[in-house]
Design a protein around this ligand. Structure first.
Ligand SMILES: Nc1ncnc2c1ncn2[C@@H]1O[C@H](COP(=O)(O)OP(=O)(O)OP(=O)(O)O)[C@@H](O)[C@H]1O
Length: 323
């Protein structure tokens, strides 16, 4: 059933450069959370800090109740076994075939026999749809297949937490849709806690239970998907709509007067609906045949409630649109 990660007052710098400060959030056990933010805001640094690869200057990270910022290397090594990490490029060894790449953590970290390893590797390859590709080298397969192989490798030690660093980067929209479904199905099947760093807004709208946004060295917001998607916070609205008008500039934050002028020019109509004037998209559900853990009943109830409220608001929206 996954474990909770509770982050409090976390600050990370490199020399004088503060990457982010005073970040507090809870990744609820078994839920899917997405972290968004403009390039360079420290999303990858955040993932590396959660898994103990980077040390924060201040704050705590409690994983299953243990503060990993205080652990010695040996204990940290044990806690890291709770994590599976999918790096951006899959981080596969180029000279090993997919079978050996996926078997690698089992051979390194367990004393399992080769026949046990074979059973686990084939089970995980089946979960990500890679059966038949065991003998391929990473250089011989597509980017999407490499991501799925990286995911199979992240799964072999049965992690309680999986961190995904831009799983959709470099994939076409159809492959992204398949990958999103795979992520939702996997979450229902293994019930681990997922944190996904992505730039893909369509994925962020449909896949997670929770969304966070990093900007200007701070966590602007973190909360349930519906809350972020209907937020009036200018940074959140700008990012979720992928538009130029708003506080986020090309390289630096913008001057406050310019931001105000740009937002005023966007017009009042925009404020009557969810960001982008779009309806709250339905949450992506596990595919047919996937047994859903009990928490999905709560998700279904929450979804129904959101759409009931939306339908109630509908006549008002139409009036405003027609005015
Ligand atoms: N080991 C390091 N030493 C010094 N600076 C680093 C190190 N790792 C990352 N940084 C800096 O931290 C900042 C945040 O980098 P990070 O890769 O986490 O951003 P990001 O939000 O994931 O960006 P993107 O969306 O473009 O992948 C960058 O300015 C980067 O140069």
């Amino acid at each position: 059933m996954g474990v909770e990660i509770c982050v409090e007052g976390l600050t990370k710098s490199f020399g004088h450069q503060v990457i982010w400060q005073d970040v507090s959030l809870t990744l609820p056990a078994g839920e899917v959370s997405v972290m968004l933010g403009p390039s360079g805001t420290g999303k990858s640094v955040f993932l590396k800090t959660l898994v103990g690869l980077l040390k924060p200057e201040r704050g705590s990270i409690k994983v299953a109740g243990r503060d990993i910022t205080k652990l010695r290397e040996h204990d940290l090594y044990e806690v890291r076994k709770l994590f599976g990490v999918l790096f951006q490029d899959g981080a596969l060894f180029g000279s090993m075939n997919l079978y050996d790449n996926i078997a690698f953590p089992l051979r390194e970290h367990t004393r399992k026999s080769e026949s046990q390893i074979r059973r686990i590797v084939l089970e995980k390859m089946d979960m990500v749809g890679l059966i038949g590709a065991e003998g391929k080298l990473p250089g011989e397969i597509s980017g999407g297949m490499r991501k799925r192989a990286g995911l199979a490798r992240a799964l072999v030690l049965d992690p309680e937490i999986i961190l995904f660093d831009e799983p959709d980067s470099g994939l076409d929209p159809v492959r992204v849709a398949y990958l999103n479904q795979l992520i939702v199905d996997l979450n229902a099947q293994i019930d681990a806690t997922f944190l996904i760093v992505t730039h893909d807004i369509a994925s962020a709208r449909q896949v997670p239970d929770n969304i966070g946004l990093l900007f200007r060295r701070e966590l602007v917001m973190f909360g349930p998907r519906e809350k972020l998607l209907t937020s009036d916070e200018p940074v959140v609205r700008q990012f979720l709509n992928g538009r130029m008008q708003g506080p986020i500039g090309m390289a630096e934050e913008k001057d406050a007067a310019q931001v105000e002028q740009e937002l005023a020019q966007l017009g009042d109509g925009e404020h009557t609906t969810t960001p982008g004037g779009q309806e709250l998209p339905p949450r992506l559900l596990p595919g047919p045949g996937i047994t859903r853990p009990p928490r999905w009943e709560a998700i279904a109830r929450r979804e129904a409630e959101v759409h009931r409220k939306e339908r109630k608001a509908e006549p008002h929206r139409k009036e405003v649109a027609g005015a």
